[in-house]
Design a protein. Structure first.
Length: 276
């Protein structure tokens, strides 16, 4: 009977999770990212004014923040600014997405992508300073002082954030339905209204939510471009932090964190759902 030949053990497929130190590094990153947020939320329920010593559980600082006239005015302005910027940015991003995915490849297409995504590649402070200079010239020439300048600045900054999920949705869409609509002599408008738009709607909603969160949380552009009486909630919080950290600021930050988590969760839900 011939001798059996021992086969070498089958090597395990490469998996980054089994690399030395990967688990420790992953936990370290998670702790570094989320521990400060959890501590902030924890001390927002502190009864005393201390931000380092927890005395008793209370909603006192949430009530104080809710009764603060400055917080109310800043919150209303921030929501109004974010809503207007989201509408305009989403419309522009949808048009840009259609123009860059429903046309044949053309010379300079990469340049067009770079122009649309410019706010993502240039530091926000540079964009804010440039916007401040540009609007300053317009204000000096025309004498116009308007809230519209701040809305326009936020809109331009939010366009690439809304554009990314919309473009991704359009690129993943099956063109068969649009071709069928053309074969049955549907007009371009009817094909868009009854075929393209319903299919790309999840991407539009995801882009709008992302743009809303970006506008709501923005500080630098709001701080530099806003005029008199145009204090957004993040800018108001920056002003309060100059006097020192308080549980009231922690409470407002926790609310903003909760709103952001809700919107981002819906964004990823729609993104995951459209890829199934």
């Amino acid at each position: 009977m011939p001798d059996t030949v021992a086969l070498p053990p089958r090597s395990r497929p490469f998996d980054v999770r089994y690399m030395p130190g990967f688990t420790s590094m992953a936990w370290l990153c998670l702790i570094g990212l989320y521990a400060p947020l959890l501590i902030m939320a924890f001390f927002s329920f502190n009864e005393s004014r201390s931000v380092t010593t927890f005395t008793d559980f209370s909603f006192r600082w949430y009530q104080i923040a809710a009764d603060n006239a400055g917080v109310k005015d800043a919150t209303i302005l921030s929501l109004k600014l974010a809503a207007l910027s989201t509408v305009f940015a989403t419309i522009a991003a949808t048009m840009a997405g259609l123009a860059t995915t429903r046309t044949r490849s053309f010379k300079g297409q990469a340049f067009v992508f770079a122009v649309i995504n410019q706010p993502l590649m240039i530091p926000e402070i540079v964009t804010a300073v440039g916007t401040l200079t540009f609007f300053g010239i317009i204000k000096q020439v025309t004498g116009i002082q308007s809230f519209g300048f701040l809305v326009l600045a936020h809109t331009v900054f939010c366009i690439p954030f809304a554009y990314m999920p919309i473009r991704a949705r359009l690129e993943d869409m099956d063109l068969t339905f649009e071709h069928v609509a053309a074969d049955i002599y549907a007009s371009p408008w009817k094909a868009f209204r009854y075929v393209t738009f319903p299919m790309m709607l999840p991407g539009i909603i995801a882009g709008a939510m992302l743009a809303f969160v970006i506008s709501l949380d923005d500080v630098i552009i709001s701080l530099l471009v806003a005029g008199a009486g145009e204090t957004t909630l993040p800018v108001w919080m920056i002003g309060q932090l100059r006097r020192g950290l308080t549980p009231e600021v922690n409470a407002i930050s926790t609310v903003l964190l909760g709103v952001t988590i809700i919107f981002v969760s819906f964004f990823f839900f729609l993104t995951f759902r459209k890829r199934k």
